[in-house]
Design a protein around this ligand. Structure first.
Ligand SMILES: [Zn+2]
Length: 291
C-alpha cells in the first residue's frame, strides 16, 4: 500500500441520551425509556471521513438538521413522545453533513462509498446529500429488512427518511477472511483489496450493524464501531450499553477486544463517544474535531 489512509471526523450537532442508554443497566430498554429522569451531557453525532488513494468514504451521515427545524420530521402522538424521551438534539446551521464535509475539503458528489453502520435516524440524517450522486451507499441486508418491517418505527427506523427517491442501497461484499488475518473476525469486506479499509460485521446494537477497520497492520489503526458502545472505556471493561441484544453485544465486544489485544494502539471510535481522539493525519494540523 502506498499512502496511509487518512481518517477524520466531525459531528452533526450533539445529542443527549439517558445514562441507562450508555450503560450499564439491568433494566430493559423500554423500562428505562419510560422512567429515566436524567440526561447525559451533550455527546457528538460523529461522521467519519476516510480518504484512501483510490477513493473517499463516509462512515455514517449523522443527524438531519431538519429533525430540529421541522416539527413534522418525527412521527406524532405516542411514537413521537417516545422519540423525545429517547434523545434530544441540538444542531446549528453550520453542523449539517454538507458543511462538515466542505470544511474537510470534500464535496458530497466526490464521495465513492457511504457506509451506514446501521439505519437508525441519527446515522442516516445526511442521506439526502447523496441522492442521485455517484456514491455507493452500503447497508447490511439485515438492516434493510429491519427498517422495512411493520413497527420498525418503534425500533428507531424512520422509513420516510431512509427510503428516499434517487437513493439506492448496495449490500456489503462480506467474504471469509483468511484465518488470523483480522483476529476476532471470520468475515469481512476488504474494500480496496489492499487490507487498508475492511468492513466488519458488528451485530448487537442492531442485527445488521457494521464497523470499519482502517490501517490495520500499520501503526495506530482505527476501528469505527458505530453504536456498539457509547464509550470505548466501557467496551474495554466489558460493559455493554442499555440498548440492543446484550448477548450479541457481549459476543461482538469480545471480538473487538481480541482485535484490540493484537494491536493495543488501535483507536476504537464510536459514533457518540465524546472522548474519541483519532491519530493525526500526515500533513494536517490536528484540529479535525473543531467545528
Ligand atoms: Zn446512534
Amino acid at each position: 500500500m502506498s499512502d496511509r489512509v487518512k481518517v477524520s471526523k466531525f459531528s452533526t450537532g450533539t445529542v443527549q441520551i439517558r445514562p441507562e442508554h450508555v450503560g450499564p443497566t439491568r433494566l430493559p430498554a423500554l423500562v428505562w425509556l419510560l422512567t429515566s429522569q436524567l440526561w447525559t451531557k451533550p455527546r457528538p453525532i460523529n461522521v467519519y471521513l476516510i480518504r484512501h488513494p483510490k477513493g473517499t468514504l463516509v462512515f455514517d451521515t449523522g443527524q438531519d438538521r431538519m429533525s430540529v427545524t421541522d416539527h413534522q420530521y418525527f412521527p406524532m402522538g405516542l411514537i413521537g413522545w417516545l422519540y423525545k424521551r429517547l434523545a434530544r438534539f441540538s444542531i446549528t446551521e453550520g453542523e449539517t453533513l454538507e458543511n462538515g464535509l466542505l470544511r474537510l475539503g470534500v464535496a458530497s458528489g466526490s464521495v465513492e462509498f457511504v457506509i451506514l453502520s446501521h439505519l437508525h435516524q441519527d446515522h442516516i440524517g445526511g442521506l439526502r446529500s447523496f441522492a442521485g450522486k455517484r456514491a455507493k451507499i452500503i447497508v447490511d441486508s439485515a438492516e434493510l429488512k429491519a427498517a422495512q418491517q411493520v413497527g420498525a418505527v418503534f425500533d428507531g427506523y424512520l422509513k420516510e427518511h431512509i427510503f428516499l427517491p434517487d437513493v439506492s442501497f448496495t449490500l456489503p461484499d462480506f467474504r471469509l477472511l483468511p484465518p488470523g488475518v483480522i483476529p476476532g473476525f471470520t468475515f469481512g469486506w476488504d474494500i480496496f483489496d489492499d487490507g487498508s479499509v475492511v468492513l466488519l460485521p458488528l451485530p448487537g446494537h442492531t442485527e445488521g450493524s457494521v464497523g470499519l477497520l482502517i490501517n490495520y497492520g500499520q501503526p495506530k489503526p482505527v476501528l469505527l464501531v458505530g453504536d456498539l458502545t457509547y464509550d470505548a472505556n466501557l467496551l474495554k471493561a466489558q460493559i455493554v450499553p442499555g440498548v440492543g441484544n446484550k448477548r450479541v453485544l457481549h459476543k461482538t465486544s469480545s471480538s473487538v477486544l481480541e482485535l484490540f489485544a493484537s494491536s493495543p494502539d488501535l483507536t476504537i471510535a464510536a459514533a457518540h463517544d465524546p472522548n474519541v481522539l483519532l491519530p493525526p493525519n500526515e500533513g494536517e494540523s490536528n484540529h479535525e474535531s473543531r467545528r
